[in-house]
Design a binder for this molecule. Structure first.
Ligand code: GLY
Length: 601
């Protein structure tokens, strides 16, 4: 299999080019140090005003297997599959279906996702099970006769959905790499749907929050409402047992018939009927024709690490490698975590990378995406010539680069390492929380609103503020561009890290920071997840940051150079990661910002 790889020595040329730019860092003084004791990395920063962590949660340590996912029930399912002799792919399939039951806001069978898999011999694979536009979709389907965007149509209701890919993706992954029987890995999800599970506080709040939409879009017909009376104040509470009988039957059809249990027969009929009822576009033909795609992984060197990540249809892998390449020549470790110069280099890298994303990235089955060129040190050095530590660049003048001859927040991620050292990194989504909020009548699950990830009109931002172009225009059967960045790192040729997060456009920058937190700043995996984060995406031209991510000194230094900073009232990232520690044990790290849970043995 051909790899999307970069010739490493050319990095040296890029480093020299960077060194000849205006690279004198103005004021960063102190340093963070990395110490390693008894197999644990240790973060040290000498600035007492910096409190880098969202919480002091500790990682989970295991030697035989580790899973980290967005929900305690799903992580428990994954652990049980590993303990029953399943491999990382078996556990991944079980978790994907379990999340569809216990985490309906983002876990799904009505959405899609991406899988990065590295087997225990070090061979890497990526599976694209992203949704596709229905066959009847068209470029201007969300525009009115004057060419204006008809607000909301790509976000909520039946027209917002792409053809789901998750069930086909899991069937493909299991057919190729699974060890336990298909029926066995689906059973935990069937049980959770049939017998119910106790809602967490967050689960209950989520369902209560969407009650008005559920009443409008699915009047009177869904068990996601505790009471179907629209004005009723009956709400879900922590500990309520939530049973999903229709979903249990859908899962049993998938359990018995594999992909045909979803894309054909009863389930396909129910989806098509629901679409007709709500004037959506998906037909039984679209469902039957859906197939996920194995793609060549992106593999790129960063120092003594090998980054294995997702190629287009996700922009995540290309963007992550570009970010790391821009950063590599600079002494971040010496400058310190989130010090002004460290942050400045990272923001300027993000600005340029997201401009490229808007210009070049789209479905590789429809448009030519210059993946290797975008990640090449020669190209990146041309993008860096106008960088200066003295002053912020201006996003109005930073456009996507020139290449000759060229034209959820509510998602969820899980990471798994099994006993043999095979690893899976999956990010999967309905796009927005609870997707389009359409529940398939009689089949009991939410459909995605992934059509909003297309560029519905050039220059008009999507729900994440991302701007797109012709490369990501809507076309029948085309996949919409994603930011999902499931990634695996090797260190010195051995498995090192499994990483990923939800977060829409912020996925890429959260993954980038989490990786750097470990390999540059010496944090443990859990510390890197706990660490406060920031984000810049070219447009709008501002840097958002979690409260506490920057010291006062960093804020002042950045503002004096023209950076617009905005402190967030919410948080960034819901990371679920695994690190292989120097002593060979696994550290599972789950994000303390939500219900995320790591389980190992
Ligand atoms: N729906 C979010 C993403 O794919 O980036």
């Amino acid at each position: 299999m051909k790899k999307n790889s970069i010739y490493y020595p050319s990095l040296i040329l890029f480093a020299l080019a960077v060194a000849s730019c205006k690279t004198q860092a103005p004021s960063t003084t102190s340093s963070s140090k990395i110490e390693q004791s008894q197999g644990v990395y240790q973060y040290r920063d000498e600035d007492p005003t910096v409190k880098p962590f969202f919480s002091d949660r500790q990682g989970v340590i295991g030697r035989n297997g580790m899973v980290a996912s967005a929900h305690p029930e799903a992580s428990q399912v994954g652990l049980a599959i590993l303990q029953a002799g399943g491999n990382a792919v078996d556990a991944a399939v079980a978790i994907q279906f379990a999340l569809a039951v216990v985490y309906p806001g983002a876990g799904n069978i009505g959405g899609g996702g991406f899988m990065v898999y590295r087997d225990n011999a070090g061979k890497a694979y990526t599976l694209d099970y992203r949704e596709k536009a229905p066959g009847k979709a068209s470029q201007n389907m969300y525009l009115d006769s004057l060419g204006n965007v008809r607000q909301g149509l790509s976000i909520s209701g039946h027209l917002a959905s792409g053809v789901p890919g998750s069930v086909d993706g899991m069937a493909e992954a299991h057919k190729r790499f699974g060890k336990l029987p298909w029926s066995q890995v689906i059973q935990p999800a069937v049980d959770l749907a049939e017998k119910g599970f106790a809602l967490t506080e967050r689960d209950a709040l989520g369902l209560n929050r969407i009650k008005p939409d559920l009443n409008t879009i699915n009047p009177g017909k869904t068990y996601f409402l505790k009471s179907t009376v629209p004005t009723d104040t009956v709400t879900w509470h922590k500990g309520d047992v939530f049973v999903q009988a229709d979903l249990a039957k859908t899962l049993q059809r998938i359990q018995g018939q594999g992909r045909a249990g979803f894309y054909e027969g009863e389930t396909a009929r129910l989806i098509a009927e629901e679409m007709q009822r709500g004037k959506g576009l998906i037909t039984e033909e679209d469902l039957k024709n859906y197939h996920s795609a194995w793609r060549d992984p992106i593999q790129a060197k960063y120092k003594n690490y090998n980054v294995i990540t997702m190629p287009p249809t996700s922009s995540g892998g290309v963007a992550l490698v570009q970010l790391m390449r821009f950063t590599e020549p600079y002494p971040l470790r010496k400058w310190g975590w989130n010090r002004d110069s460290t942050v400045q280099v990272m923001i300027e890298a993000e600005r340029r990378v997201y401009a490229d994303r808007a210009k070049f990235l789209g479905d590789p089955d429809f448009v030519k995406v210059p993946v290797d060129k975008l990640m090449s040190p020669d190209y990146l050095s041309t993008r860096w010539t106008d960088f200066s530590f003295a002053k912020a660049s201006d996003s109005k003048t930073v456009k996507g680069g020139m290449i000759p001859g060229y034209e959820s927040l509510e998602t969820t991620h899980f990471s798994i390492v099994d006993k043999e050292g095979s690893a899976v990194s999956i990010t999967t989504t309905l796009n927005g929380g609870y997707g389009s909020r359409v529940v398939i009548g009689g089949a009991g699950f939410f459909m995605n609103n992934e059509m909003d990830d297309f560029s519905v009109k050039p220059g008009v931002p999507n729900m994440f503020g991302l701007i797109g172009n012709q490369a990501n225009a809507i076309a029948p059967n085309k996949r919409m561009l994603s930011s999902m960045t499931p990634t695996i790192l090797e260190k010195d040729g051995k498995l090192f890290m499994v990483v990923g997060t939800p977060g829409g456009s912020t996925i890429i920058t959260s993954v980038y920071q989490t990786i750097l937190n470990v390999i540059e700043h010496g944090m443990t995996m859990q510390q890197a997840v706990n660490a406060l984060k920031f984000h810049h995406q070219w447009l709008p031209d501002k840097t958002t940051f979690e409260n506490g991510a920057f010291s006062d000194a960093t804020v002042q230094a950045l503002q004096s150079r023209g950076y617009i900073l905005e402190k967030l009232t919410n948080t960034l990232g819901r990371m679920d990661c695994v690190l292989i520690r120097p002593d060979g044990s696994y550290e599972g790290a789950s994000d303390p910002r939500a219900d995320n849970t790591a389980r190992g043995y």
